[in-house]
Design a protein around this ligand. Structure first.
Ligand code: FO1
Length: 325
């Protein structure tokens, strides 16, 4: 099925890298034809607030409220709340900005009142003027746990922010995933007969994409759809553009290459990921990626400007129309 104005697209996203491509897709697709499903394995409760970092990063990016220097949180932040908490001896390792806290207060209030995370996310997006559909992967609690060389098992934000990704990782678990269901908007997008492309954004394969794909029913729904599933490598020239993906790969005994990312997707989701997007810097892996059974394109995937984001989104959708799953 080629990608046309009647087709719809589902993007799977973690935080910063995923949000960049999601923004490019949002620029070229009509609101009714794009759903973005965000990872919620990073979610946690901190200082009494329900925090959904990846959903918020995508939401702030689509609303142009994102903090471009930090990569998370809102632009123009002040830190009075954090300063006050620190002075009172509270936890200050996870930096909640004053504006960002507005989001967490509303989310917490709505969840405590019995609303689902999907309802909260759709309310927040509407309030900041987002027209495209951003949905959590699930409304059920799923928590990414990082297994480390010392045997310690760390909650994701303890590993990522508090311990600054220093512990050596040996694997990951997604607590609660077996009992979790895909959120209604995610299931609807997967079941949509016009779904032509599932775009796996350049997010961390282990802690941003795997939890989404491993939700019960997701891979079966992907297999039943006629959509081309295309993954964009988050590793470019042997490095993760943001975050610990390359460090994790080294610790897991994998080469720190885009090819190893392709191998991970080919092995974990055999036959279900159809296309792979390599950066120009990784052109030399093209033949080996194709030998894994993945169609491949090579293009610029380093998204510095808005035009870079739009160009990559166009390249991915064009690519999807060349693939017959
Ligand atoms: N990341 C950090 O490295 N340090 C922080 O203090 C921090 C605070 C924070 C607050 C709200 C939010 O939505 C995200 C925040 N992040 C912070 C980012 C977050 O931990 C990660 O980007 C994701 O979980 C990984 O995708």
């Amino acid at each position: 099925m080629g990608f046309s104005s009647q087709s719809s697209c589902l993007a799977i996203s973690g935080g910063v890298g995923g949000a960049k491509l999601a923004l490019g897709l949002a620029h070229i697709l009509e609101p009714g034809t794009l759903t973005i499903a965000g990872n919620t394995g990073d979610d946690f409760v901190h200082l009494g607030f329900f925090i959904s970092p990846d959903l918020d990063t995508v939401m702030y990016t689509l609303a142009d409220l994102n903090n471009k220097e930090l990569g998370w949180g809102q632009a123009g932040e002040s830190w009075n709340f954090l300063d006050a908490v620190t002075r009172l001896g509270g936890d200050s390792w996870f930096r909640l900005g004053d504006r960002d806290i507005g989001t967490h207060v509303i989310r917490t209030q709505m969840l405590v009142a019995g609303k689902s995370l999907s309802e909260v996310t759709s309310h927040l997006c509407r309030q900041v003027g987002i027209k495209h559909r951003l949905v959590p992967m699930t409304d059920d609690p799923v928590a990414t746990i990082v297994h480390t060389r010392t045997g310690e098992k760390l909650a994701f934000q303890h590993y990522f922010v508090r311990d600054e990704c220093r512990p050596e990782v040996t694997g990951f678990a997604f607590s609660g995933i077996d009992a979790a269901k895909p959120a209604p908007g995610f299931s609807e997008a997967l079941a949509d007969t016009s779904l032509a492309a599932v775009v796996v954004c350049p997010s961390n394969p282990f802690v941003s994409v795997d939890p989404v794909f491993r939700l019960p029913g997701v891979m079966d729904a992907v297999a039943s759809s006629k959509a081309a599933v295309i993954a964009v490598s988050p590793i470019v020239g042997g490095q993760a553009l943001k975050g610990p993906a390359a460090k994790m790969m080294a610790e897991l005994g994998m080469p720190q290459t885009a090819l190893a990312v392709a191998e991970h997707y080919a092995r974990q989701y055999s036959g279900q990921v159809h296309g792979f997007v390599l950066d120009e810097q990784d052109r030399r892996f093209r033949d080996e990626v194709e030998l894994l059974g993945l169609s491949t394109i090579v293009t610029n995937t380093v998204m510095v400007t808005l035009q870079d984001r739009i160009n990559l989104a166009e390249a991915v959708l064009d690519f999807s129309s060349e693939i017959t799953p």
